[in-house]
Design a protein around this ligand. Structure first.
Ligand code: AMP
Ligand code: ZN
Length: 111
């Protein structure tokens, strides 16, 4: 499948790695929207959070375990996790990813 994040997870396209294990890959966003901005993705291709089901849901929990662990290791206490689903919500890469943003005050509601 021609998927940018599948290629990044497989090491076929370079990225700045934050964390990796058998199930999950995390890397810094190429166009950061906050002083710290990285993405956490399952290595398995899931198109978006709308494609989560009983068979693949465990890796989503694991993504959040990784988010908690990596932010702790980086000394980040306050941060925002965002997942855009569909074009209107701003999704541009159709492989499930969680944005982790930190290092500045965030506004609410998001735009
Ligand atoms: P979204 O718009 O929510 O689908 O998020 C996709 C994110 O991927 C954007 O924040 C992009 O800046 C980021 N991105 C696109 N290509 C790359 C890349 N090669 N390496 C790192 N981040 C990327
Ligand atoms: Zn993919």
């Amino acid at each position: 499948m021609d998927c940018l994040f599948c290629k990044i997870a497989a090491g076929e396209i370079p990225s700045k790695k934050v964390y990796e294990d058998d199930l999950v890959y995390a890397f810094y966003d190429i166009d950061p929207q906050a002083p710290t901005h990285f993405l956490v993705i399952p290595k398995q291709h899931i198109a978006s959070a709308a494609a989560v089901n009983a068979e693949n849901a465990a890796v989503v929990g694991h993504c959040f375990e990784v988010i908690a662990k990596v932010t702790k290791e980086l000394g980040i206490e306050s941060f925002r996790v965002v997942s855009n689903i569909g074009e209107s919500a701003g999704q541009t890469v159709f492989h499930l990813h969680f944005h982790v943003l930190a290092g500045r005050d965030m506004t609410w509601p998001p735009g």
